[in-house]
Design a protein around this ligand. Structure first.
Ligand SMILES: C[S@@+](CC[C@H](N)C(=O)[O-])C[C@H]1O[C@@H](n2cnc3c(N)ncnc32)[C@H](O)[C@@H]1O
Length: 217
């Protein structure tokens, strides 16, 4: 059981949000035994709502894995829109391309294979929404670059900011997650809250999702 949202609430939300997309359902089903750290359907739906709300035509994602969150995001794009998504693991990137094709989205997704810390220098903005779900130790080092790539009024959405509650000192009696990553996320949350160009709110859904809007200044 997750520490943040009780199982019964997660089941209730999952029940409301079922029967969507065959490819998404298939990836989620296949991942129950595999256990890759993918967002769930509720976070996926939140991503699609946010991308739709900002009328997104250009999206950036850090941490593709096998394309699950990317399909939720790219599903909000118009036919001439584009999702650029970065993944270091070649096998996962290959699988992601296959999944984007199965979902009928291959024409509007570009999977960049490599270390996002290096590849990000070559990406040109502006983006309407950026989803940060890559390596936790890179959250803070990449923050200013990602803010620079966002258009004013655009959204930076970050997953895992509550880290199963472990980011809250003393909340979890026997922490199980990597202490260095926990510190990295705690530092990132402080940086987000104090960032002069961002206004941030956090939704305690699943593992915690922060939503930051770039100020129109
Ligand atoms: C949490 S998973 C992403 C899950 C995906 N967003 C989803 O919900 O469907 C994080 C991914 O980031 C990738 N990753 C880790 N460090 C990276 C880096 N430096 N550059 C690019 N990708 C990285 C990992 O290989 C992993 O597949």
């Amino acid at each position: 059981m997750g520490q943040i949202v009780p199982d019964a609430i997660e089941r209730y939300l999952g029940g409301l949000n079922r029967g969507g997309d065959a490819v998404l359902d298939d990836i989620a089903r296949g991942n129950t035994s595999r256990g890759l750290p993918l967002v769930d359907a509720e976070v996926g739906a939140l991503l699609r709502v946010l991308a739709t709300a900002v009328n997104a035509s250009r999206l950036l994602e850090i941490g593709t894995a096998i394309g699950y969150s990317g399909i939720w995001l790219a599903g909000a794009l118009p036919p001439d829109g584009m999702l650029v998504t970065m993944e270091m693991d070649e096998g996962r990137a290959r699988e992601a391309r296959e999944n984007f094709a199965r979902a009928g989205l291959a024409d509007r997704v570009s999977v960049v294979v490599g270390d996002a810390a290096l590849k990000i220098a070559k990406v040109a903005g502006p983006f309407d929404l950026i989803f940060q779900d890559g390596a936790k130790h890179l959250y803070t080092p990449l923050l200013d670059r990602l803010v620079g790539l966002l258009r004013p009024g655009g959204l930076l959405v970050t997953d895992n900011v509550l880290w199963d509650g472990e980011v809250v000192p003393g909340f979890v009696p026997s922490p199980r997650r990597d202490a260095g990553e926990t510190r990295a996320i705690a530092e990132y949350n402080e940086r987000l809250a104090a960032h002069p160009q961002l206004l941030t709110a956090t939704v305690p859904l699943r593992d915690g999702v922060s939503i930051s809007v770039k100020r129109q200044i």
